[in-house]
Design a protein around this ligand. Sequence first.
Ligand code: NCD
Ligand code: ZN
Length: 345
Amino acid sequence: MNRLTLRRPDDWHLHLRDGPQLRAVAGFTAERFTRAIVMPNLKPAITTVAQARAYRQRILEAAGENFQPLMTLYLTEQTSSAEIDAAAASGIIHGVKLYPAGATTHSDAGVRNIEKVYPALERMSSNGLPLLVHGETVDPQDDIFDREQRFIDTVLAPLIARFTTLKVVFEHVTTRAAVEFVQGARAGVAATITPQHLLLNRNALFAGGLRPHHYCLPVLKREQDREALLAAATGGDARFFLGTDSAPHARQDKESACGCAGVFSAHAGIELYAEAFEQAGRLDRLQGFASEFGAHFYGLQLNEEHITLLREEWTVPASYDFGGAQIVPFRAGEPIRWKLSRTAG
Ligand code: NCD
Ligand code: ZN
């Protein structure tokens, strides 16, 4: 197969940042995806509908009016029921993000004691507003490779059992345990999967030396985990859908004695998934994963337009501009097997 035409995909987990950085990266996503669930972990965090509305406007200015940013609120222990009601009524907010405090980049405003957000979760259950979860424990005693599993056992499973109608997206799942948990969960529980977790295992962090540009959270896991993720993504199960978690950081913040977590993949946000699906011999299932299952979960229409990918190798630039600084993209200086066709489908 040398051409692949798909219903236009959506990215159900994306970091766009703000200001000149937003203007540097937004176009990559808008070129490939019609919509994206935009993460609220700015500094300061997007915790109110008013902030989300203003951020949405800045995204539209950066990405163009054809791109549809689907906004999220950052859940804190102070999030009020009134704010949740306003979010549900806003028409622009499609989820509320739970960051365990300290779990990842800009998560310090997040949740320390889950019971403090029970009133907000109750309200989200009645309003039908999904909870988007960064699923890792934060206890420094927990082995970093076990934090997702521990989070399932100690936080997520009890939470899903307690709030029986709450819609939950377990974001960027990275382990076989998470895949099995989602497969066995009640209706209304789904998961996103990133391209790096489908294509790499944790050896990629140490291939010939320390590789900061492969460091993201949750961190890459074992080969057996990657295999389970690939099987889930390509298995035609509507609970699993595309979320790149593209998370740009300036080169100097990655190539540092204490480097930031995040892989930038928006420059090839659909092409990398095509590679993974091709590896599995399941290109026929890419459209469901990339362009249909997420929209069904969020209760949105499918996109009517299409994109075409060509089976044509190209080399990723060594870096892209990042509003004055540089970002080193996923696969920098290396080939990608699929290319977005820039002429109409
Ligand atoms: C994300 C970021 O940089 O904002 N980093 C990452 O490694 N994925 C935050 C997140 O989604 O965990
Ligand atoms: Zn993320």
